[in-house]
Design a protein around this ligand. Sequence first.
Ligand SMILES: *Cc1c(COP(=O)(O)O)cnc(C)c1O
Length: 410
Amino acid sequence: MSDVTSHGAAVPRAEPFSATRALFDLPADTVYLNGNSLGPLTHAARQRVAEVVASEWGQHLIGGWNECGWIDLPRQAGDRIAALVGAPEGSVAVCDSTSVNLFKVLSAALRMRPEHRVVLSDAGNFPTDLYVAQELLAGLGDGYELRVVAPEEVADAIDERVAALMLTEVDYRTARVHDMGDLTRRAHEAGALAVWDLAHSAGAIPVDLAGSGADFAVGCSYKYLNGGPGAPAFVYVRPEHAEETRSALAGWMGHEAPFAFDLDYRPAPGVQRMLVGTPPVLAMAALDAALAVWEGVDLAEVRARSIELSETFIAEVEARCPGLELASPRDAAARGSHVSFRFEHGYAAMQALIERGVIGDFRAPDLMRFGFAPLYIGRDDVLRAAEVLERIVCERLWDDPRYADRKKVT
Ligand SMILES: *Cc1c(COP(=O)(O)O)cnc(C)c1O
């Protein structure tokens, strides 16, 4: 894939993802390295939302649920995501947020292991995951407990008290990757179930939900899947658990016959029972259209390209900005698709970068985070980002009072 120039830098022969890049509606003069937080707009989503508003909602009114297939969107978008995370058709649904879906699957897992009392997670997990578990367990009382250990201690902390192992595969700060297959196997050996959060995995690295034996999974669709701000999340139930799975959060859209209006809950078959209320059709339409971008895309190629871009970025930043310290694993195989650097003045430096058209984000206390989504990010973007960062750090351009003001969203 790469040539080597006279000064030793690897340059690709062609931009291998130029076709997918053309599907995105990116502002000019912007290097967008924050698709790990909010994926950019696709032309397809823009058109589809306009169409759904004008032709479907506008013309079909309530008939849209049947005539325009709105009612099937959770399943349809779910099948598109299933193909990206190694799950069989019909095992993924799109609904609610990642936090809410985690509550549902965690409650279901605890109900399937009534004799176990511990949920095991790690200190690198995203806080919302821990909050969901803390309050669910507090409500259950009865000796239930959340045990949080360091990420590297998870394997040894799995014992026969554990009901559910609850982990995020790719650490949102450092991009450190857990071994999903190995940890799931260990959980099963101890009689526990494995619940995985794929927020920073889906669309970023190849995931094999079926092969890994994972029991439940959840994940975001507004990050690498480009579904749009606040796009509904996904939830996976391992097919062999489908009939046993009972969430503590039930609603009519997860009923076997919503329009029978029975007074008693009877769960719909399979993952469909994870639905609760009415699907947000405009958001689902944007997501469904954005997912079409993945047709014909090979995730192994995405992964290879993401590693190439990330390695280039790390080498360039380390050569140009000695004050920055790599916070992500140096081994590409142990790293997801974003790269984080520690810098004491990281917040201000990120604001300075954003003002100059290079968009990443900041995670407290001192991490500058850069996401590499090969569908629309190329080598030129990576080099430009490193150049701008070098100027900001070496010329202390971050040292300006207007970059010090912390915004609500960092
Ligand atoms: C982004 C992210 C979330 C976000 O959850 P929402 O309910 O969509 O706000 C959850 N978990 C992880 C690991 C994340 O990275």
